[in-house]
Design a protein around this ligand. Structure first.
Ligand code: ADP
Ligand code: MG
Length: 349
C-alpha cells in the first residue's frame, strides 16, 4: 500500500500532500457513495433506508497507549469500534469519515501504519472511507471516526424497546479484551522496570488479540437476518455487560434476570482472571471493549437461535418492579450493578 521505509517528516508533505498521500489508494465500492474524498463534503445517496450515524473520539493516553499498541492495530480498532455501534442498531455500515490530529513526533511512515490498519478494516468490512479532517496537534495523537450505515425502518434495533419475557442474548464471549489489557499492562511494567526483559505474551494470544484487534460482529447481524430475527432491543458491549444490560433495562423500563452460569467466558479469559486474582464473572460484567452484541428476542424466536454456538441466551426480561438481577451460580439473587469503565475515571473507554 505505502512504500516508504525511512523516516519522512510530515512537514515535508504539508497538510494537503499528506491527505492526498493517505487517500489516493481509496477505491469506492458502495452504491450509496456518490462522491468521496476530494471536495468540501462527501455526497451520499440512500434510497428507502433509514441512515444511522455514530462517532467516537480516541485520545492518546486516555483511550490508547502507544507503548504497546501498534499503530496499524490502532487504525483497525478505531474503525471497528465505530462499525460496532452501527451493527448494534441492526444496520449495515457503509461509509466512514476519519479525522486525525498528529504531532511532529509522528513520521509519515507512522501515519501510514495507522491508515493501513484503517484501510484494511474498511476493505474487509466493505466500507467506503469518504472523508475526514487532518490537523497538527501539539502533543498526542487524536483520532475521530464517524460511521454511517443503513437499515430498513422495521429492522432498526434500539435500546428502549425490550419487552417483558423477551430473552436476553449475547454474542461471542466476554471479558477477554479486559484480561488482554491486564497482560499488556503487566508486560509494559516489566519492561519499564528492566528494559532487557522482552514482553512475554506467549499463550495469551486470544485475549491480547481481543484487546488489540477486536472484530465488529457483522456476522451476527447477517445471522439474525438469515434466521429472520429482528431483535426487540440491541446495543454493543463496550463498557461491560452489566452496564449495557442496565442501559437496556432503564431505557425500556423493564427489569431482568441474568444468570451467572450462562455468561460466556473463554477458558483463557477464565484462567488469566484467576491468575490475576480477579473473579472471571466480574471481568465479564465490568471489563470493557468486548464489542459483542447484547440483544433481546421474542421467546418465539428461541428455536431459531438455540443451537448457534456464537449466541448465548443469558437471561430474560422481567417487569421493572422486579429490578435488574444477577442470579449467581449458587442461586442467590443480587442487584446488578455497573462498575463499567468511567470515561472520567482512571480507565476510560
Ligand atoms: P476543508 O478545508 O474543507 O476542511 P480539507 O482540505 O481538510 O478540506 O479536506 C480535503 C478533502 O480531504 C475532503 O474531502 C476531506 O474530507 C478529505 N480529508 C481530509 N483529511 C482526511 C483524512 N484524514 N482522511 C480522509 N479524508 C480526509
Ligand atoms: Mg479540513
Amino acid at each position: 500500500m505505502f512504500e516508504n521505509t525511512s523516516r519522512t517528516e510530515l512537514s515535508s508533505l504539508g497538510e494537503f500532500g499528506l491527505i492526498d498521500h493517505l487517500t489516493k489508494h481509496i477505491e469506492l465500492t458502495q452504491a450509496t457513495t456518490i462522491k468521496g474524498v476530494g471536495d468540501d463534503a462527501a455526497v451520499l445517496q440512500f434510497e428507502n433506508e433509514q441512515v444511522v450515524i455514530s462517532t467516537d473520539l480516541l485520545l492518546e493516553g486516555i483511550h490508547f497507549d502507544l507503548s504497546y499498541v501498534p499503530l496499524k492495530h490502532l487504525g483497525y480498532k478505531s474503525i471497528m469500534v465505530n462499525l460496532s455501534d452501527i451493527y448494534a442498531m441492526n444496520a449495515i455500515p457503509t461509509q466512514v469519515l476519519v479525522s486525525i490530529g498528529i504531532s511532529n513526533r509522528f513520521s509519515l511512515e507512522a501515519v501510514e501504519e495507522l491508515y493501513q490498519g484503517m484501510l484494511i478494516a474498511c476493505k474487509r468490512y466493505n466500507i467506503d472511507l469518504v472523508g475526514g479532517d487532518t490537523s497538527s496537534s501539539k502533543q498526542g495523537l487524536v483520532i475521530s471516526v464517524t460511521a454511517l450505515g443503513k437499515s430498513n425502518k422495521e429492522k432498526i434495533a434500539k435500546r428502549d424497546t425490550a419487552q417483558v419475557n423477551d430473552l436476553l442474548c449475547v454474542s461471542g464471549d466476554l471479558g477477554a479484551a479486559y484480561m488482554g489489557l491486564q497482560i499488556l499492562e503487566r508486560e509494559k511494567n516489566v519492561f519499564l522496570s528492566n528494559q532487557n526483559l522482552q514482553p512475554d505474551l506467549e499463550g495469551y494470544d486470544y485475549i491480547v488479540e481481543r484487546q488489540l484487534k477486536p472484530e465488529a460482529r457483522k456476522d451476527i447481524i447477517e445471522l439474525l437476518a438469515t434466521l429472520n430475527i429482528v431483535p426487540s432491543a440491541m446495543m454493543d458491549v463496550s463498557d461491560g455487560l452489566a452496564s449495557e444490560i442496565l442501559h437496556i433495562c432503564k431505557a425500556s423500563n423493564v427489569g431482568c434476570n441474568l444468570y451467572e452460569e450462562k455468561i460466556p467466558i473463554d477458558p483463557l479469559t477464565y484462567d488469566t482472571a484467576r491468575e490475576f486474582n480477579i473473579d472471571p464473572t466480574v471481568c465479564a460484567l465490568s471489563g470493557g471493549e468486548d464489542y459483542e452484541l447484547l440483544f433481546t428476542i421474542k421467546q418465539a424466536d428461541y428455536e431459531k437461535i438455540k443451537n448457534n454456538s456464537d449466541v448465548s441466551v443469558i437471561g430474560h426480561i422481567t417487569q421493572a418492579s422486579e429490578g435488574a438481577m444477577l442470579i449467581s451460580k449458587g442461586g442467590n439473587q443480587h442487584k446488578l450493578v455497573a462498575q463499567g469503565w468511567n470515561a472520567f475515571g482512571n480507565n476510560a473507554s
